[in-house]
Design a protein around this ligand. Structure first.
Ligand code: PCA
Length: 186
């Protein structure tokens, strides 16, 4: 089986992003039996969707696991839904702020992730890793690439299963003295 795993570059002024580190670690030490390719996406709303679509088309993966950082979340979140909305609360890394725009003009309102999320959550919990199902990947880059990937797979009739995993901040990203920002080690 071919796995395409993605992370994002750092954003919002942080020097690191756990999703980049985890994607790179998975590529260096792939899960047994999975031919794993890692792709690090820019936090750039104009470039990132084309990059995930290009990777799906060129590599024809069986599984697409996209990852990103969700500051403020305490456990690993498995996203159930991608919505056709861009509503950035902060600029992307090029300075763009897209508000009240579709990811794909004329596209469906939403797509469900197609990874086996309940089985993944059970497996995570059995392994002692706290997790949850999430109903919103937001309206920023993470939702955008999830929507773009699911739209590409649906439109081209591909069999790949795809979904998005949001990760808590790393301990070193928590401001000194803060007791409010949850974190999880890599
Ligand atoms: N998280 C952001 C975009 C990049 C990242 O790692 C998000 O949740 O949309």
């Amino acid at each position: 089986m071919r796995l395409l795993v993605t992370g994002f570059e750092p954003f919002a002024g942080s020097p690191v992003n756990p999703s980049q580190q985890l994607a790179q670690a998975l590529a260096e030490e792939p899960p047994p039996g999975l031919h794993t390719h890692a792709l690090i996406l820019p936090v750039d709303g104009a470039a990132a969707p084309g990059m995930i679509v290009g990777a799906i088309e060129s590599q024809q993966p069986d599984l697409v696991i996209m990852m990103g950082q969700a500051t403020g979340r305490a456990v690993i979140s498995l996203e159930r839904v991608a919505i056709n909305l861009l509503d950035y609360a902060i600029p992307d890394n090029t300075g763009a702020v897209l508000v009240d725009q579709p990811v794909v003009a004329g596209g469906p309102a939403a797509y469900f992730a197609t990874l086996p999320l309940c089985a993944m959550l059970d497996a995570m919990r059995q392994a002692g890793v706290p997790g949850e199902l999430s109903l919103s990947a937001g309206a920023y880059l993470c939702n955008q690439v999830l929507y773009a990937a699911l739209h590409c797979i649906a439109c081209r009739g591909l069999s790949a299963r795809a979904g998005f995993v949001h990760l808590p901040a790393l301990p070193e990203q928590v401001p000194a003295g803060s007791t409010r920002t949850p974190s999880m080690s890599l």
